[in-house]
Design a binder for this molecule. Sequence first.
Ligand code: PLP
Length: 515
Amino acid sequence: MAANGTHTNGDSALPKAKDLWHHLSPEALSRRPSPLKTAFKYAVDPRIVSLGGGLPLPAYFPFEKITATAPEPPFLTYNDPVKSKDAPMLTVEVGRYNHEQDPGMIPLATAMQYGQSDGAPPLLNWIKEHTRLVHHPPYSNWGCLMTVGNTQGLDAALRLLTSRGDSILAEEYTFSSAMETAHAQGVRSVPVKVDLEGILPTELEAQLAAWEGPLPKFLYTIPTGQNPTGGTLSSERRKEVYKVLSKYDILIVEDEPYYFLQMDSYVPGASANAPTPPPTLAEDPQKHIKFLSQMVTSYLSLDIDGRVLRLDSFSKVMAPGTRLGWIVAQEPFIERLMRQNEVSIQTPAGFTQSIVFSLLSKWGQDGYLDWLVELRKEYTHRRNVCIDGLAEYFVKPSSFAPKGLTSVVEWKAPTAGMFFWLKFDARKHPKYGTLTPLEIEKEIYEAAIEHGVLFIPGSWFRADQDPIDESIEPADDQPVDIFFRGTFATVPQDKLLQGLKLFAETIATEFGLSH
Ligand code: PLP
């Protein structure tokens, strides 16, 4: 049995997480604390003369000061195409020593030194506070550990919980890099049936009831703004999924880089209106409470057992290049992950931790929420432009598709993330029967590139990476679905619309609907 976590980040009146130590991999179980790291606390204790630690003298760090300029809350004009040049800015300055007494700084002498493997304490505390505000994990002994983003977070979770020969569950179509991480560690990904929203709990239950052999180690899921489908699982379905997995004692790794890119619901034609700035906190003191109440329930907030490892990241809400993320899980798991960090990444880079922390502490929890509200507004508008564009080019009769394209294509307006997912009925393709659905998908992909637009074929995201089983003849009334992933996050509006039109033209030609 594990030495249970000593910290209580959550409400101490809440029960502790279940003992789930039996889920740890042999690798995780054999990790020992680095003896050098155990001596570290003495090396930085001002009462002790340290001749023990191999820490270079901060005076020799060739960095006096780092300065960054960033927008200031409430960001009302930062993204306004006309007024943005006058948007108020603030300066974030991190010095070598001089801010040591300033709780809003991690001075460079500390940030650039070897440090605690779960992250710099001021940043870690900030993240814990944020986690409390947003998710209220319903058990007492949860903890956090900083990562180099969710890519590394998943690698760490796989090492913590799986061994070669194990399996995990994943949405039928999922983030291909995640599957590659598992595959390289000898871990098989088994797809779970989804619809355009996400996992179907009844299918999951049936799949597990019929399971033969050792159960999968965890469900890897991207429940919000899923990559690639753009689907967001409702709170109701999350509760059902949690219940099923709890029944079979299976853990959940929720990979949530898009959690805060949740949008207002889609209203056709809304893209005609420029997005209006949200009220300030002074104008609407309930602003943040309302914002947080609009967020779909996370698995972490449902996690009475302590069976969820939540992967969070600044990549999509600040910048991918921060390479900064964190894991929230029960303390015994965090302690094992800390042992892993000690001998792998040690900690995320000091540059990143100190600059991001200084910015966050200048913004404050409220300023950060203001930033997220601002992103919601921006992404809602981009999504509106995209879905209105689909209506324009795929639904309306046009010169290139006199009857429109709705007989072959289907989509669901995403409510989070960066992606939209187009579903095509391959049986409507003139070459169906001669070509397999996979070959049709490849032909469309190549024709689109030839026509000047890139969409990613859905089969590239299949969890099992086996090609669609071509030996099975589809029943006549069963549509054979092929998918393409697009994003509305990357290019300016005019390019987005141009891309949609080019793809619609490709589809019209491919499906023989151009006359
Ligand atoms: N997880 C998912 C589902 C993603 O879509 C991405 C980025 O595309 C990542 C993780 C990578 O996240 P990070 O930059 O935090 O490593």
